[in-house]
Design a protein around this ligand. Structure first.
Ligand SMILES: [Zn+2]
Length: 691
C-alpha cells in the first residue's frame, strides 16, 4: 500500500507545516502546546480553531471540522482532494509526474486542428505572464493551456496600459469611473484591431497558434466581419478591437475572456459582447466573474451579491463591496448556485430596475428556492444598474438599499404572483396565485430541525400567506402538504435520477454527500485517465448518511487507543476479531491499519491521515486524536484489558440469544449440546479473566 500515491502525499505532508499554512489565512497565536485562531467557517467571537503543530492537524469543535494540510486546503479553498494535492504540491515544489503527462483529450483536439503532436508535446507559447521564458519540455496539459491564457491576458493588459490604439478603451474606462487599481486588479485588457497583432506576438509559431486556438483566443472560422477578406482562412484574434475582461477561476488562473465592443469603435460587429467559447478550461455554466477576488471577502460578509455585468462587479469592488460576482453571458443556473453555496449561505440578486431584469428574476427564483439557498432580491431605484447607482449615489446609499430594500425570494414570488389581483374579490385568480406561490415554496428542500433559520422562514411565510389570502394557517399547511405528497410520489417514480433520490431521501445529507463525492470527479487541472494510475488503491466510500455508520463509544475508545499508541494495534488485532467491529468506519480504519502493520509499519496517526483522502474521515481521525489527547489516554495493559473486555461483553450479549435459541429449539444431540454449553462457559471464563 505504500504505493506511489501514498509516497507523494507523505512527501507533501512532510514539506508543508500546518501552522505556517493556516497562519497564511488566519492569524494564529500560541496557546500552550498548540496554536489557536478564529475559525473561518463559523462566526467565531473567540479563537475556536485549534492547530496542533505536533500532530500537524487542525480542529474546530463548533463546526466539527478537522484534518491535516490537505483537509485545510479543501475547506478553505473549497476544492476537492485532487486540487488540494496540486496546490500543496506546487507550494512544496514537488512535481506530480503523472500529471505532467500530456492530457489525452487536449492532445486529441490538438491533432484535430492540425497540430503536429510530435512537436506539440514540447511547445508552449513563448513566455509566462511574468516574462519568464518557457520550459521547452512542457507537454500538452491543462497547465500549458493555463499558462498560455495567462500569457495572453498579460499582453492585452499591457497593451491597454500603453498601446496607442487603446486610447479609446482607456477613455471609456475613465468615463465609466473605473480606476487604475481596478484595471490592475481585474487585469482588464485591450486587443488591438490589427488582425495579425497577436500572430506577431506569437512570432507566427504554428504550435503557439494552435494552442491559442485551443484556448479560444484565436478563431479560424469564416470571418463574419469581413467575409471577402483574404484573411478568412487565417486564424484571427476573436477579441480584436474589444475591451477585455479576463475570467479567472478560484485558483486565480485565467480561463477565458469577456470582450466588450467599445462605443465609437470602428470594428464592424453587431455583438456588444463576445465571450470565449467552451474550452478544456472554461464552461460558462460553472464560472462566475469576480469569484476569484470575491471568495475572500465572502468569507467575512457571508453573502454574495450577484450582478449582471462585468463593470457592475468591478464598480462594486471599487466601492468596497468585494463580495460581488456576475454570471457570464448566460442565465444564472443551478451549477452557479451550487458553487456559491460552497462559500456563502446568503445571496442577494442585484437586479437592474428594468423590466427585463424583473423577468429574469422570476425565472431564477424557483431555482434558488429549489437549491435551498437563502436568496434576496434588490431592485435598484430608478431603473439604475449597480455601476451607475454606485457612481451617482455612492457606497452608503448602496449599503442603505442592501439593508432596507431587499426582498426575500418568497416575498418576491408572492408579489409577482399576485400582481394586479384583488385578493379579496377575485377568488379564482387569488387561488391560482396561492397555488403558484405554494408550488415555489414546495421546491425548497425539507428541513427537519425546528431551529434552522430556513424552517423558521417557512413558518413565517405560511403565517404571512394565511394573512394575505385571508385563510387559516392550517389550510395553507394542508395545501402545501398535498403538493409535497404529489412531488414525493412523482420523485419516487423517477428514483433512478440523482436529483430525484435527493428529493425523496434526506436532502441535506444526500446533497452533502454528492458534494463530497462529486469533488473527486472534478477535472480542474487533473487528468482523469492519469489520475487513476496514480491512485491505484481507492478505498471504499463510507455511506455517511446511513444510521449506525459511526462508531459507538466502545469503538471510539478502541480507535483512540490505536491513535495514541499505534503499536498497540497488533495486540488489539489479535484479541478483537474484525467481526466484532460493528461500524463500517471502524472496520475501514482497521483494514488500513492491518495493511500498514502487514508491511511492518506502525499505523500512526500521520500515516492514517495520509492514507485517507475523504474529508469526513480526516475530521473523524482528528476528532478521536484530540479527544484521546484531552482525556490523556494512556494505553497500558489495564486499558487494553478493559477495552477488550468491553468488546467481549458486547459480543456475548449479541450472541447469547442465538446460543439459547439453539439450545432450546434445535434438535441437537447431547454431545452437541454439551459442546455448545462449553463454548458459552469458555466465553464467560474469558470475560472474567479465568484461564
Ligand atoms: Zn468553526
Amino acid at each position: 500500500m505504500t504505493d506511489y500515491a501514498f509516497d507523494i502525499k507523505e512527501r507533501i505532508r512532510d514539506a508543508i507545516d500546518i501552522v505556517e499554512l493556516v497562519s497564511r489565512y488566519i492569524p494564529l497565536r500560541r496557546s500552550g502546546q498548540n496554536y489557536v485562531g478564529r475559525c473561518p467557517w463559523h462566526d467565531d467571537s473567540r479563537p475556536s480553531l485549534q492547530v496542533n503543530a505536533n500532530r500537524q492537524s487542525f480542529k474546530c469543535w463548533v463546526c466539527s471540522i478537522g484534518g491535516d494540510v490537505f483537509a485545510f486546503i479543501m475547506q478553505v479553498e473549497n476544492v476537492g482532494f485532487r486540487e488540494a494535492l496540486e496546490i500543496l504540491a506546487d507550494q512544496a515544489g514537488i512535481q506530480l509526474p503523472k500529471h505532467q503527462r500530456a492530457d489525452s483529450a487536449i492532445q486529441r483536439q490538438y491533432q484535430k486542428i492540425g497540430g503536429n503532436t510530435a512537436q506539440g508535446q514540447n511547445v508552449v507559447p513563448s513566455q509566462t505572464a511574468n516574462g519568464n521564458h518557457i520550459q521547452p519540455q512542457e507537454p500538452l496539459t491543462k497547465k500549458t493551456l493555463y499558462r498560455a491564457l495567462d500569457w495572453v491576458a498579460q499582453r492585452y493588459h499591457d497593451y491597454l496600459q500603453g498601446g496607442n490604439e487603446a486610447e479609446l478603451a482607456r477613455n471609456y474606462l475613465r468615463d465609466r469611473g473605473i480606476n487604475a487599481e481596478s484595471i490592475r486588479k481585474f487585469r482588464i485588457g485591450y486587443a488591438p484591431l490589427q488582425r495579425d497583432w497577436l500572430l506577431e506576438q506569437l512570432k507566427r509559431d504554428p504550435h503557439r497558434i494552435k494552442i491559442m486556438e485551443m484556448v479560444g483566443v484565436l478563431a479560424r472560422r469564416e470571418d463574419e466581419d469581413d467575409p471577402q477578406s483574404s484573411w478568412s482562412s487565417q486564424p484571427y484574434d476573436r477579441f480584436r478591437g474589444r475591451l477585455l475582461f479576463p475570467i479567472r477561476d478560484t485558483q486565480d488562473r485565467t480561463i477565458a475572456f469577456g470582450g466588450r465592443l467599445l462605443p465609437g469603435s470602428t470594428l464592424q460587429s453587431r455583438a456588444k459582447y463576445v465571450n470565449s467559447p467552451e474550452t478544456h478550461l472554461f464552461s460558462k455554466h460553472k464560472q462566475l466573474y469576480g469569484l476569484d477576488l470575491a471568495r475572500l471577502t465572502m468569507r467575512n460578509t457571508k453573502r454574495a451579491l450577484i450582478m449582471e455585468g462585468y463593470t457592475d462587479v468591478i464598480m462594486a469592488h471599487q466601492f468596497g463591496f468585494g463580495d460581488a460576482v456576475a454570471v457570464l453571458g448566460t442565465a444564472l443556473g443551478a451549477e452557479h448556485i451550487r458553487i456559491l453555496k460552497r462559500f456563502v449561505d446568503k445571496m442577494v440578486l442585484v437586479l437592474d430596475g428594468d423590466e427585463a431584469g424583473q423577468k429574469r428574476a422570476n425565472e431564477v427564483l424557483e431555482l434558488f428556492v429549489a437549491q435551498g439557498a437563502d436568496i434576496e432580491t434588490l431592485t435598484l431605484p430608478g431603473g439604475a444598474d449597480p455601476c451607475d447607482f454606485l457612481l451617482t449615489h455612492g457606497n452608503e446609499a448602496f449599503e442603505h438599499e442592501l439593508q432596507h430594500n431587499t426582498v426575500d425570494a418568497l416575498e418576491h414570488a408572492f408579489l409577482s404572483a399576485t400582481q394586479g389581483i384583488d385578493l379579496d374579490k377575485d377568488i379564482i385568480a387569488a387561488n391560482q396565485a396561492l397555488d403558484k406561490v405554494l408550488g415555489i415554496i414546495a421546491l425548497a428542500p425539507a428541513v427537519a430541525n425546528p431551529t434552522d433559520p430556513r424552517r423558521l422562514r417557512l413558518e413565517k411565510t405560511i403565517q404571512r400567506l394565511a394573512q394575505r389570502f385571508g385563510l387559516a394557517e392550517q389550510e395553507i399547511r394542508n395545501r402545501l402538504r398535498e403538493i409535497y405528497k404529489r412531488r414525493a410520489q412523482s420523485a419516487k417514480r423517477r428514483v433512478q435520477s440523482v436529483d430525484a433520490i435527493a428529493s425523496v431521501g434526506d436532502f441535506e445529507v444526500n446533497a452533502a454527500l454528492l458534494e463530497v463525492y462529486s469533488e473527486t470527479d472534478d477535472d480542474m487541472g487533473f487528468d482523469h485517465e492519469t489520475a487513476s494510475d496514480v491512485f491505484v488503491e481507492a478505498l471504499p466510500e463510507i455511506p455517511w448518511d446511513v444510521t449506525g455508520v459511526l462508531p459507538d463509544t466502545l469503538e471510539i475508545e478502541l480507535l483512540e487507543a490505536w491513535l495514541v499508541e499505534p503499536n498497540s494495534f497488533e495486540v488489539f488485532r489479535v484479541k478483537i476479531p474484525v467481526e466484532w467491529l460493528l461500524s463500517p468506519v471502524t472496520r475501514l480504519v482497521h483494514r488500513v491499519c492491518c495493511e500498514f502493520s502487514d508491511q511492518g509499519l506502525a499505523p500512526t496517526f500521520d500515516r492514517l491521515m495520509t492514507r485517507f483522502d475523504d474529508a469526513k474521515m480526516k475530521t473523524m481521525l482528528v476528532t478521536w486524536d484530540y479527544s484521546a489527547n484531552e482525556k490523556k489516554l494512556a494505553v497500558n495493559d489495564q486499558l487494553i484489558v478493559e477495552i477488550v473486555g468491553g468488546f467481549e461483553r458486547r459480543n456475548e450479549h449479541r450472541l447469547r440469544p442465538k446460543y439459547i435459541g439453539r439450545l432450546k429449539t434445535e434438535s441437537l444431540s447431547d454431545e452437541e449440546k454439551l459442546k455448545l454449553l462449553m463454548e458459552i462457559q469458555q466465553n464467560q471464563r474469558t470475560k472474567h479473566g479465568i484461564e
